[in-house]
Design a protein around this ligand. Structure first.
Ligand code: ADP
Ligand code: MG
Length: 336
């Protein structure tokens, strides 16, 4: 079925079922002129938005509706995670070309609802319009954080320990498999594929870190380690030294790089869309944070380096040599 058979309001009707997951603080959900919800007065509000445009961010033929829906919400939840917040309400605006089947759109919402349910987020509204050629999805997420627990990019100090909440570079490898139509038949290649199409936002990790003593700055990795760490060092006016041997590289990425002749370190440094968190912590609290994280999540918090007093970003190799790294992740308006 196509959208023109049911129209804009038929569409809204179809997708609105299952959008309200946590009704307790909601006064008006989908269906009125604006959503209305109550907010706790001891919290700060967080709002983030991301726009996904066909042919720029995704190829409709190459991604299922479900995965696209998942991803368009996940990238926003990851931003709330990076602030140490709780994601609460989501708004979805969508520009739909007449050629896009209703089943595909329904799957987009299924993917969003599935992830929304996992993290207790409501889909509270949005807008629907026709688009000439490309499918366009914009998601806004509202979240909250305790006033004294906000994680910001500018709070790192020289001598902080730098941590990563997960593996780096897997998503970029997954994208390479997709773009080159390579087989996704082994468990390793499936893991890379999933890291790209179904990234899991580190909301629980972000809130956990925000609650730890000694945590300072944080960011989520959307553009790549070197680029996103660069945002922390720039805004905090510090430098950073990363140890090549300590960068978390998954066995799957090792297998992929061995098979296709890539350097895993390059993938980890310059990848993107990993949607894990980087954070910095005061050195005297680092051991305790690491142990608490391991106890809570049953997997390690990776210690990848430290911040420094100069403004350089460098990677130190196993043999002791070092190289300056430039923030070289994704930039929409520069040649990549
Ligand atoms: P208005 O014209 O007053 O902006 P709409 O007719 O666009 O209202 O929307 C009606 C209701 O449906 C509103 O609650 C709006 O937030 C919601 N809505 C519209 N499009 C979407 C969408 N794509 N996803 C989720 N909710 C939507
Ligand atoms: Mg409208």
């Amino acid at each position: 079925m196509m959208l023109k058979q049911i129209g804009e309001f038929g569409f809204i009707d179809k997708i609105s079922k299952g959008c309200l997951i946590r009704p307790d603080n909601i006064i008006r959900a989908i269906g009125d002129d604006a959503a209305a919800f109550t907010v706790a007065s001891d919290q700060v509000s967080l709002i983030t938005t991301d726009l996904l445009v066909e042919r720029i961010h995704f190829i409709r033929k190459s991604i299922s509706g479900f995965d696209l829906g998942h991803k368009s919400l996940a990238v926003n939840l990851s931003d709330i995670a990076a602030m140490g917040g709780q994601a609460r309400e989501a708004f979805v605006s969508i520009g739909i070309p007449l050629t896009c089947p209703l089943d595909y759109l329904k799957a987009v919402y299924d993917g969003m609802k599935h992830l929304a349910e996992k993290f207790n987020v409501n889909i509270l509204g949005g807008d629907t319009t026709r688009s000439e050629v490309d499918l366009i999805i914009n998601v806004v997420v509202y979240g909250t954080a305790a006033k004294n627990r906000l994680l910001c990019r500018d709070a790192a100090e020289p001598g902080d320990i730098i941590f990563s909440t997960g593996y780096l570079g897997d998503s970029k490898a997954g994208l390479y498999l997709i773009l080159n139509n390579l087989p996704v038949d082994s468990t390793e290649m499936q893991a890379l594929y999933r890291a790209h199409v179904l990234p899991q936002p580190h909301l629980r990790e972000g809130r956990f870190l925000a609650d730890q003593s000694g945590i300072r700055a944080a960011i989520d990795v959307s553009d790549g380690l070197s680029s996103d760490l660069g945002h922390i060092t720039e805004q905090s006016a510090v430098g950073a030294t990363i140890y090549a041997t300590q960068i978390p590289i998954s066995d799957s990425l090792q297998t992929f790089c061995a098979a296709y002749g890539f350097d895993p370190l390059e993938y980890a440094l310059g990848g993107g869309e990993d949607y894990i968190l980087l954070c910095t912590a005061a050195p005297q609290h680092a051991d305790e944070i690491e142990q608490n994280f391991q106890r809570q999540f049953k997997r390690p918090l990776f210690r990848i380096g430290k911040t420094t007093a100069d403004h350089r970003l460098e990677v130190v190799y196993a043999n002791g040599t070092s190289r300056a790294i430039s923030p070289r992740g994704w930039d929409h308006f520069k040649k990549n």
